[in-house]
Design a protein around this ligand. Structure first.
Ligand code: FNR
Length: 337
């Protein structure tokens, strides 16, 4: 069972690199006016924000991906070193395997040594005890509860009984003393689901919308017999999920993820309502198809390019970026109520 889980994790990583990536987070449907009178000194632009009690260098984190096997340990070691050197947070992948196997837990515990905001990760079906242990395993500043109904449905050996998630989340909120982030895994939190979660008292939402990593396709690739192409477009596009969540509450902390690849995506996500952004797949691509340096340079460049976007808009900090006016076009305009 544990070796099967390790194998599956490695297959996810390999298959991710082969996915078609044709889904659209709809950031292109957000129009921003250029500011020819930008009254800004580029060198004074401040991209930092406060997150979980710490000042981080930009509104971006590396989101949950892996842990368990040897490949995962190497990836977590590299990503956590990169995040530490850039002072951005990192979430580890699902810690289920670490709870069941002492050796596998080392691929998670290694991040404890790093001076950065550390975020744990488990599925919405796991017990309070499991969440406490997962948080302890990495000395977590927060823990993500992931919602992955779509992935499980298309995973040949996946769970098919999704009852009780909501009640379990409510219970965890009242019992766990570590901040909780409820996140999707690439199919997006709908307005209705965000409303329920905010109503239950969730303070941190990661919309993880469609338009980036596509777990339906990743799982479909693991099964040579099935062909589920008609589901590849399933999900709430990231831009819509952010706008919908923000329309429900001014206070909930929104993490915009799902298809964030560029600084323009990052800026647009913030302008339409996210407090910060997160990316997974693109960091993995630079790391595995490139190198440690390529991944580090890519993320470092995201910060420089975010400053360029901010200079083009005439804003000097993230609070001002959030106030920039925008217009919706195309499909996104049709989809937002
Ligand atoms: C993921 N993701 C993920 N999410 C989660 O909550 N727990 C997990 O264990 C994993 N595992 C995982 C493995 C791999 C290889 C990838 C690429 C992704 C989902 C991830 O955190 C994120 O929600 C989605 O990938 C969407 O963001 P991107 O990849 O489009 O930036």
């Amino acid at each position: 069972m544990i070796s099967k889980r390790r194998e599956r994790k490695d297959e996810h990583i390999e298959n991710y690199l082969k996915t078609s990536g044709h889904n659209d987070p709809l950031f292109d449907d957000i129009y921003l006016d250029h500011n020819s009178l930008s009254d800004i000194n580029f060198d004074e632009i401040d991209t930092s924000i406060e997150f979980l009690g710490r000042k981080i260098s930009m509104p971006l984190m590396v989101n949950a991906m892996t842990g368990g096997g040897e490949l995962s340990a190497d990836i977590n070691e590299d990503l956590s070193s990169i995040c530490q050197s850039l002072n951005i947070p990192m979430a580890v992948g699902s810690q289920t395997i670490g709870l069941e196997d002492e050796e596998a837990s080392e691929s998670f515990t290694l991040i404890k040594e790093k001076d950065l905001v550390r975020i744990g990760n488990l599925g919405a079906e796991r017990s309070l005890e499991d969440f406490k242990n997962a948080a302890g395993m990495i000395d977590a500043h927060a823990i993500q509860i992931h919602l992955n109904v779509a992935q499980e449905l298309f995973m040949p050996e996946g769970d098919k009984d999704f009852r009780g998630y909501y009640d379990n989340i409510k219970n965890l909120l009242s019992q766990l003393d570590v901040p909780i982030i409820v996140k999707e895994t690439g199919n997006g939190l709908s307005k209705e689901v965000s409303k329920k979660l905010i109503g239950a008292g969730v303070k941190y939402l990661d919309v993880s919308g469609s338009g980036g990593t596509n777990f339906i396709e990743i799982e479909d690739m693991r099964d040579f017999v099935s062909d589920y192409k008609e589901f590849y477009n399933w999900g709430v596009p990231t831009a819509k999920a952010i706008i919908d969540a923000r329309s429900l509450s001014k206070d909930v902390f929104i993490i915009g993820s799902g298809g964030i690849k560029t600084a323009v995506d990052m800026a647009k996500a913030i302008i339409i309502g996210a407090d910060m952004t997160a990316l997974s797949g693109e960091a993995l691509r630079y790391l595995l198809l490139g190198s440690y340096e390529a991944c580090l340079d890519y993320l470092k460049d995201m910060n420089k390019r975010l400053k360029i976007v901010m200079a083009l808009l005439g804003v000097k900090n993230i609070a001002e970026l959030k106030k920039v006016d925008y217009k919706l076009t195309g499909r996104l305009k049709d989809l937002v109520d």
